[in-house]
Design a protein around this ligand. Structure first.
Ligand code: ADP
Ligand code: MG
Length: 355
């Protein structure tokens, strides 16, 4: 197939919208005949630099609309706290004060950073919340890869153990100047979890929240069927090119792939999932889908598992009590034992011989 090139923010947004629409479209198979006359209502907004789609099951448009308003507002609020690029955000305050002083942050930011540290430690640094010092050297829009010398210079600034969180004081502190926290690999999942909490508090009995590829669902569709989410073929020709579907009830799912943000240089795919040990994009894997209870973990673990490679990656997911499906560089599919049988591989995926 022709090589795709990396896209700008709009292209990415559109692509994600299509992925989300696909996931959501798959949920529309049983709209009719629910005993309570409950229906599905769906809305998308551009938040966290991506497309967020919320689908709720409710008895009326007003009930659905009011709940969705609150959930979108919560995601917007989190975006304000966590945005790497906004000088107003708490993440920016932490980064500005690296090597200077601990910064008081909201319980949500602290909560997210605690989970991030947990996944960083539990993946032996494959996920590293301080990888920003190196990630920021790549420009996927302009297709610029940093010189090795610059990567080597920055690598010592990557170490999650130097992010000091103090729960009693409510502060976060990066030990050394030049270090940065980049919540890009965990914030979307965290936001999906928060949105679900808001929808539950608003009395919604079933919903699916999709923050780009980070999805959390609870309850079931009208008629009692589970939500269905598709896994894309990482080298497929289109967005409807899915290799498998996963039914979700009270579950989260995230996919990280080397096709999300990338460019090709000298025949090599330079993508946005960076190995914190080398500062280079991780090889050997095309995509990882993680399934489990919370989106904050499926999101960050998808990156951790991708960086870890097939064998270690599956073990890392299992150590957290999560499941993973990985597609290796030759298109081979690998998954945790518990996932086998719970996932429907589409006939095409089996037929085309590379799996
Ligand atoms: P997206 O859905 O935006 O593609 P992912 O959840 O797949 O994001 O995470 C990728 C993002 O996470 C990168 O854009 C970068 O900000 C950050 N990142 C890249 N490599 C790592 C890593 N090894 N550990 C933690 N975060 C990372
Ligand atoms: Mg992720």
């Amino acid at each position: 197939m022709p090589e795709q090139q990396g896209e700008g923010m709009k292209g990415r947004g559109l692509k994600r919208l299509l992925i989300v629409l696909l996931a959501v479209t798959l949920t529309f198979s049983s709209l009719s005949c629910s005993p309570k006359k409950e229906r599905m209502f769906k809305r998308s907004e551009f938040l966290l630099d991506t497309i967020v789609t919320i689908t709720v099951v409710a008895g009326s448009e007003k009930e659905a609309g009011d709940a969705m308003d609150k959930a979108f507002e919560e995601i917007r609020r989190l975006g304000g706290l966590l945005d790497f690029f906004s000088p107003e955000s708490e993440i920016s305050a932490i980064n500005r004060n690296a090597g200077i002083t601990p910064v008081a942050v909201s319980p949500e930011t602290l909560d997210l950073l605690e989970r991030a540290s947990e996944v960083s430690a539990g993946s032996n640094g494959a996920f590293d919340i301080t990888v920003g010092a190196v990630v920021s050297l790549y420009d996927f829009h302009r297709k610029v890869r940093p010189p090795d010398s610059l990567i080597r210079e920055r690598l010592p600034l990557v170490n999650f153990r130097d992010l000091i969180l103090d729960r009693s004081r409510g502060t976060a502190f990066l030990r050394r100047k030049g270090m940065t926290v980049d919540a890009g690999g965990i914030a979307k999942g965290y936001a999906a979890d928060r949105a679900v909490e808001v929808l539950k508090s608003a009395g919604i009995s079933a919903a699916l929240v999709a923050v780009a590829g980070d999805i959390r669902a609870y309850g079931s569709k009208p008629g009692g069927k589970p939500w269905l989410v598709g896994i894309r073929d990482p080298r497929g020709s289109g967005l409807d090119d899915i290799i498998a579907t996963i039914p979700l009830r009270d579950m989260a799912v995230s996919t990280s792939g080397d096709y999300e943000r990338f460019f090709i240089e000298d025949g090599k795919r330079i993508h946005h999932l960076i190995d914190p040990k080398t500062g280079h994009p991780a090889g050997g894997v095309m995509s990882v889908t993680v399934v489990g209870p919370l989106a904050v973990y499926t999101d960050s673990l998808a990156t951790a598992v991708f960086i870890s490679g097939i064998e270690k990656g599956l073990k890392t997911a299992e150590a957290f009590g999560y499941d993973a499906l990985m597609i290796d560089a030759s298109g081979g599919i690998h998954m945790t034992d518990a996932l086998k049988g719970r996932i429907a591989m589409l006939p095409r995926a089996k037929e085309n011989g590379r799996r």
